[in-house]
Structure formats: structure tokens, C-alpha cells
Design a protein around this ligand. Structure first.
Ligand code: GLN
Length: 551
């Protein structure tokens, strides 16, 4: 029987509930338990796929093609099982389902209400999420939002009801809250935590564990105060201070006995924890042999917008012995001030993106990398723009572009498939009225790789990565590209769409139509990113030799 751990948040958002849940899951996994994690989001959007990266941060894509909350990325980076569509759901999805059932008459004429219909649906979704890939010993359920929000009330009520069904010994409530340090008083303050737990208890939930987030360790006397006011035994009041890397959090929680407490509450007695793989990750992170500077040319200057990508670069550093310093450069800055700022960089990365803004700057970066043999990794849009750049400046196809940015381009080297495949000559262009949500090539696809290419050296005979895009490299231009020196090293089966392009003249110049960042993890890294960082280190050496000669 699957046991459940519910993780709620108090006082403010963005305290790292996802990291805390994922870290506990990682410890439990190291104790030999089969775990999974579910995230419930209280907003009305059906999924975050149509939300701006400025609003919501990155959209994480699962193998089965769901556009989900970025916390699912943390889950995959901390534990072994892959997440599925069912591991993340929103209020929007719950209502969509309930309304569908109501229209089909499934409620047999009853008045459809938040309690019990919405709360029942939430419970069904939790069970479905827990068993999306087998029958775990423990399912952790992260409840998005903050206790006290109107919109998360149905979720809290649902898990309260669910815990009743599960019975004592089969569930545990963890509340993560803020314990701010007030410098002028020289004290950590517990009052917000007391109120937040009070709020929880008002709706019938008594937490078993309090995780106290602060920039520092919480003094014992403050912990005792929290214990007294919240009715949580002292050993269940755990300090979670700011760590210089999130990969230290499993150990931090384990050393304070969190997993033992949770196992005791859940009546489980697994083998002791083995966090050596995490110790290894932290050790390598803290002892790099050298530094490399990677320029990330993007347009969403929000830390969370390129979350998985930033993590993948850190992982590559761990696995190649480098400290990877990523400098975010606004693509529009390049358009205004030119590529001079790239001179200090050891590698250039152009990530995925949507919309025209900044695309010319990204094309300038791709050209600079190609001409100066700077290691280049283009991901999704970054690959498409590398193709545009090659078409314009190597093949002489002036004005080449993606039809996403110019429908009237004389050379639509990137386009929607039906824009070049329609033999009737009538181009069917997606109109503004088409649905934007869920209309992309999404999720994992397995594609053969051409032997003798760098992609083959990295991936071997097959690449299995995740997608999130609408536009494709226009096949009718590929002969021309290949004659001019581009190698298309992987194509989809059937439609024959280019998946990977590379320039063998350069040390490392690769564009991929998929998102490799979603499959990188701290413990196992990712071969494509490792190669990129190794090439960056080589370039750095070459760059320094030139500098030394000049002196
Ligand atoms: N905007 C491009 C497309 O839809 C690229 C998408 C991306 O980079 N994820 O094809």
C-alpha cells in the first residue's frame, strides 16, 4: 500500500517547497524505498504551457509530453523515476474534468459542489498521480501556494479528507514555513510560523513536521518555542538554512533526522540512508579544477526561466571538473551593441524561445561562434537560428528566416511542416485564432543518429530526448545546407525532420531541435553538455595562449 507525505507551505511562497520535497524523496530513495512526487497547482490555467516565462519560470516537459511546473524538473533531478503528465495537475484540470462529468450527466442530477465533487476529484487525481508509473512505497504530494490562500483551500480540504481514508500510520504532514531573522532585534521570529500552523489546524490539519526556512540555523530555544506553540515534538522542528547549492539539502535534512521521523510516522523500517552519491556531487562541485565562462543569449531575465538549462550546465561542470559560470546576455543587447561582450566568453549557448524579439541578436551570436570557432550549443530555437544564420551567410540565401518571425521571407528555412509540404500550393498558416495550448511537438521521441558524426560520438546510435516546438527545419533546403558543409546528424523516422545539425569544421558547433536540459541530472550529468563544456575548456586554453603570446 502506498503511503503519503503531504507538503504544505506557509507565510510566503518561493521558500523551496519543491526542493525540500525532492530532497526528502532522495533520502527515502537512498533508503531503498520506491518513491514518487506529485505537484498540485492551485491556479486556473490548465497547464503552465501558455504562461509567460516571466510569470511562471520554465515550463518543464515530461517524457509523455506534458507541459508542467518546473518543480517536476527538481523531482527528476533528485530521484530516479521519470515524472508523467499525471504527476502535476492544476485547479483548471480538476474543474475541466468535473465539468465534463457534469455535462455527461455523471452526477445523476445532483448539485455539483466544491465539497464533495471538487475535493473527490482532487483525491482521484492524487491517487492517479501516485500510480502513474507503478506502485510506490511513498508518494510525496506538494501542495502549491501558501496556506491561507483562498485558491488552495479545496486542495487542503481534499488532503485532509484523504488522510482520513488512509488512516494513522499511512500519512504524514510536513509544513514548510519562514522563520525570518530580524537583524535589528538580533532574533529569529517564530510568530509567522505560529500563525501559519494555526491556520492549518483551523482546517483540520496538524503537521507532524515543521521545516523552518531561514538564512541561518534556528537556535534551539526558538525551535522549542515553535514546538510548544504548534504541538509538534522538538525533533520534528527542523532547520532548513540557505545552502550554497541545493544538492546539499538532502544531507542537511538527513543529519537532522527528517527521514527517520517520517519513516516512524509512516510505520516504515527501511535500510539506513546512503547519501554517498550526493556527497560526491557536492564534493565535485566544491573542488573544480578550472573555470569556464558560458554566455547564455536569451530574453527572459528571470532566474527560473532557464532553470533546467542552468542546472544542466552546473551538472556538466560537476562531471568535467569545471566551475561553469553562466553569464546571461540579453539578445537585444547584441543587436544594439554588437558582439564585443562575447570576447570574454569560452562558449555560447542559445536556448529555446518563442517570438521575434531578440532573434537577430541570437543570429549574431551564432555567426560569431561559427566564424571564431567558439563552442556553440543551440537548443530548439537556438538550433533554428543557427540554421537561419548558415543559410544567410554561408549559403547566400539573403533574408532567410523562420516563418515564425517573417511569414513572407524569401527563404523559409524554418517553417511549419504544412507550409512547405502542401503540394496544392495553398499554404495553411496557423492563424492567431488557433489554440496555442497543447499544439506543439511535445515529449520524448527516439531518433536514429548518423554514424561518423559528433552526435554519434555523444549519443551513439539513438537519441531519445524531449521536444517542445512548432516549427521545423525546412527539408527542401537540406541538400543545399549539406553541400555547404553542414551535417544533419539525426532525422526523425517517417517525416525525416532534422533533429541535430553540426558543423564539423568547428571544434563544437551543434544545434539540437530537442531539449537535452530536461534529461540532465546532478548524479549522472548529460553527455552533450559535458562535451560542450570540455570544448569550452579547450577554447579557453586556446584563448589564453593567444593572450599570453600578445603579452
Ligand atoms: N519557437 C520555436 C518553435 O516553436 C522554438 C521553440 C523552442 O525553442 N522551444 O518551433
Amino acid at each position: 500500500m502506498t503511503k503519503y507525505v503531504f507538503v504544505t507551505g506557509g507565510v510566503v511562497s518561493s521558500l523551496g517547497k519543491g526542493i525540500a520535497a525532492a530532497s526528502l524523496a532522495a533520502i527515502l530513495e537512498s533508503r531503498g524505498l520506491h518513491v514518487t512526487i506529485i505537484k498540485m497547482d492551485p491556479y486556473i490555467n490548465v497547464d503552465p504551457g501558455t504562461m509567460s516565462p516571466f510569470q511562471h519560470g520554465e515550463v518543464f516537459v515530461t517524457e509523455d509530453g506534458a507541459e508542467t511546473d518546473l518543480d517536476l524538473g527538481h523531482y527528476e533531478r533528485f530521484i530516479s523515476p521519470k515524472m508523467h503528465k499525471a504527476n502535476n495537475f492544476t485547479t483548471g484540470q480538476i474543474y475541466q474534468n468535473v465539468l465534463r462529468k457534469e455535462r455527461r450527466g455523471e452526477y445523476l442530477g445532483k448539485t455539483v459542489q466544491v465539497i464533495p465533487h471538487i475535493t473527490n476529484e482532487i483525491q482521484e487525481f492524487i491517487v492517479r498521480g501516485a500510480h502513474a508509473a507503478g506502485d510506490p512505497d511513498v508518494a510525496l504530494v506538494e501542495i502549491g501556494g501558501t496556506v491561507g490562500d483562498i485558491e488552495s483551500l479545496p486542495f487542503l480540504e481534499a488532503v485532509r479528507q484523504f488522510s482520513l481514508r488512509l488512516g494513522i500510520g499511512n500519512f504524514c504532514f510536513i509544513h514548510l514555513t519562514l522563520v525570518p531573522y530580524i537583524a535589528s532585534a538580533g532574533q529569529s521570529k517564530t510568530k509567522p510560523t505560529q500563525h501559519s500552523v494555526g491556520e492549518l489546524r483551523k482546517i483540520g490539519i496538524s503537521p507532524n513536521v515543521i521545516l523552518c526556512r531561514a538564512d541561518r540555523k534556528i537556535p534551539e530555544d526558538e525551535k522549542a518555542k515553535i514546538s510548544l506553540f504548534t504541538n509538534v515534538p522538538m525533533d520534528g522542528v527542523i532547520s532548513v538554512w540557505d545552502a550554497d547549492t541545493i544538492y546539499k539539502v538532502p544531507k542537511m535534512l538527513h543529519e537532522q533526522g527528517l527521514d527517520d521521523i517520517v519513516c516512524k510516522i509512516l510505520d516504515l523500517n527501511p535500510k539506513p540512508a546512503d547519501l554517498s552519491a550526493w556527497d560526491d556531487v557536492v564534493h565535485k562541485l566544491e573542488n573544480p579544477v578550472d573555470v569556464v565562462n558560458v554566455a547564455m543569449i536569451g530574453k527572459y531575465d528571470l532566474k527560473d526561466s532557464y532553470k533546467s538549462l542552468n542546472e544542466a550546465l552546473i551538472h556538466a561542470g560537476i562531471h568535467t571538473g569545471h566551475k561553469v559560470k553562466t553569464t546571461f546576455i540579453e539578445a537585444e543587447e547584441l543587436e544594439e551593441h554588437g558582439t564585443d561582450c562575447l570576447k570574454e566568453m569560452d562558449a555560447i549557448l542559445v536556448p529555446g524561445g518563442f517570438g521575434k524579439r531578440g532573434t537577430e541578436g541570437k543570429i549574431m551570436a551564432a555567426q560569431y561562434a561559427r566564424e571564431n570557432d567558439v563552442p556553440y550549443l543551440g537548443i530548439c530555437l537556438g538550433m533554428q537560428l543557427a540554421v537561419v544564420e548558415f543559410a544567410r551567410h554561408v549559403c547566400g540565401l539573403g533574408g532567410a528566416n523562420s516563418t515564425e518571425f517573417n511569414v513572407n521571407t524569401p527563404h523559409p528555412v524554418i517553417a511549419l511542416i504544412n507550409e512547405w509540404q502542401d503540394i496544392s500550393g495553398k499554404k495553411e498558416i496557423r492563424t492567431a485564432k488557433s489554440d496555442l495550448g497543447g499544439t506543439m511537438r511535445l515529449g520524448k521521441q527516439i531518433v536514429p543518429v548518423k554514424p561518423g558524426t559528433m552526435a554519434y560520438e555523444i549519443y551513439g546510435p539513438e537519441v531519445a530526448e524531449r521536444h517542445r516546438h512548432r516549427y521545423e527545419v525546412n527539408n527542401s533546403y537540406c541538400d543545399q545546407f549539406e553541400k555547404a558543409g553542414m551535417v544533419i546528424s539525426a532525422r526523425t523516422v517517417g517525416e525525416n525532420l532534422p533533429e541535430i545539425m553540426e558543423l564539423p569544421e568547428n571544434d563544437f558547433y551543434i544545434g539540437v531541435q530537442f531539449h537535452p536540459e530536461f534529461t540532465s541530472s546532478p548524479r549522472f550529468g548529460h553527455k552533450l553538455f559535458n562535451k560542450f563544456i570540455e570544448s569550452a575548456a579547450r577554447y579557453r586554453e586556446r584563448r589564453q595562449e593567444v593572450l599570453n603570446e600578445a603579452v
